[in-house]
Design a protein around this ligand. Structure first.
Ligand SMILES: Nc1ncnc2c1ncn2[C@@H]1O[C@H](COP(=O)(O)OP(=O)(O)OP(=O)(O)O)[C@@H](O)[C@H]1O
Length: 361
């Protein structure tokens, strides 16, 4: 199976003499040297592949080049050097018309602040991409209604955007992207403007949708927690370069260099590995009724392991109001850490029948 998307040695330099700047970068110059000469190296030698159905997260601090990289992937920005292959087709070699055609039919973008049209209904907003494609009204309304249903907005079709909460508006943006049947979704900090609970809800919703839709998604975030939750693989960017690509476990357990290690540490590892990061939020409602010990969303991962080992059923997670917000099955903890060799974090229960989770420290 060939990759859906391939970035080959992508460079994007803004400012003076960009091509010359690329040569200097290849010869070992760094970003700061170029900056002194009036050139900004936003993306430096980025290569990666994204497989069909994969969520590929690009994570990095502000200014690391994530948005620029994303915009080169759909041809909104022309790379200074390098190629982007989409289903084996070189996007960088397409003329303007062919590129627009691919962009409108095959690729959808979901932004941080999704600009909905205030004087169009939710349905018309969700159908907008299809209207641009020239899809007849009846078909586009059917497809938009289905996309809204998938995003949990059935019944809101005739509402106006300002009747919706921020999270719901963002879901309309997602529905618009899904309605077009685009194979590739490019999501630029799509959930970053939402408050934490709604944000987590959106992350869960995306993961649920992805189980059936199996889109190919490139998701940009500066938030490690979000990257860990969503990414099948994560590329960490620093100063324009991808410094590590791997699964969440790879990044956490085997950081490629001191920067990634310190980044993981600095972003607060214990916060990443808490119940809120690993719990499943699809709940029946009665999981905490047995009176056993429970966790809170902030319970650290290791405490969760110990708690899980004392129970014969998934750990119920209750919020500050003692309301059930999720469950953590034991096997999810194991899956989260993987079963790599190395230092052992034991999650053994007092009865000796508990689970054992092994991880590299
Ligand atoms: N059009 C432009 N002209 C000049 N410099 C630019 C342009 N767009 C981005 N840059 C610069 O390129 C670098 C990378 O910016 P980019 O927006 O891609 O980073 P980012 O990781 O997405 O950051 P943020 O999360 O803050 O958006 C920054 O130094 C930025 O100032």
């Amino acid at each position: 199976m060939s990759s859906r998307l391939e970035a080959e040695h992508l460079y994007k330099v803004f400012g003076r003499r960009p091509r010359q700047a690329v040569e200097r970068l290849r010869e070992g110059a760094d970003r700061e040297e170029l900056r002194a000469d009036g050139a900004t190296a936003a993306v430096i030698d980025a290569s990666f592949t994204v497989e069909p159905g994969e969520i590929f997260v690009v994570m990095g601090l502000s200014g690391s080049g994530k948005s620029t990289l994303l915009r080169t992937l759909n041809g909104l920005l022309e790379p200074t050097s390098g190629r982007v292959l989409f289903d084996g087709r070189d996007l960088t070699a397409l003329d303007g018309r062919d590129l627009r055609e691919v962009r409108s039919r095959k690729i959808s973008m979901v932004f941080q602040h999704f600009a909905l049209f205030p004087h169009r209904s939710v349905l018309d907003n969700a159908a907008y991409g299809l209207a641009v494609q020239g899809v007849p009204r009846r078909e586009r309304e059917e497809r938009a209604a289905e996309a809204l249903r998938l995003c949990g907005l059935a019944g809101w079709e005739t509402s106006w955007p300002d009747e919706l909460s921020g999270g719901m508006q963002q879901r309309v943006g997602l529905a618009r992207a899904l309605a077009t049947d685009a194979d590739l979704l490019l999501m630029d900090e799509s959930f970053s403007a939402l408050d934490p609970l709604i944000r987590r809800d959106m992350q869960d919703q995306l993961l649920t949708l992805q189980q059936t839709l199996k889109k190919t998604i490139v998701f940009i975030t500066h938030d490690l927690n979000e990257a860990m939750r969503l990414g099948d693989r994560i590329a960490v960017m620093r100063d324009g370069r991808i410094v590590q690509t791997g699964t969440a476990q790879d990044i956490l357990m085997r950081p490629a260099n001191d920067y990634v290690a310190s980044f993981v540490r600095d972003v607060d590892r214990s916060r990443v590995l808490t119940a809120s990061a690993v719990m499943e939020t699809a709940v029946r409602g009665d999981e905490a009724d047995c009176g056993c010990e429970t966790a809170t969303p902030d319970t650290p991962f290791t405490a969760l392991c110990a708690l899980s080992a004392r129970l014969t059923h998934p750990v119920a997670v209750l919020d500050g109001k003692r309301e059930l917000v999720g469950v953590v099955p034991g096997q999810r903890l194991v899956r989260f850490l993987g079963d790599e060799e190395g230092a052992t974090t034991a999650c053994e229960g007092p009865r000796g029948g508990g689970k054992k989770v092994t991880a590299r420290a």
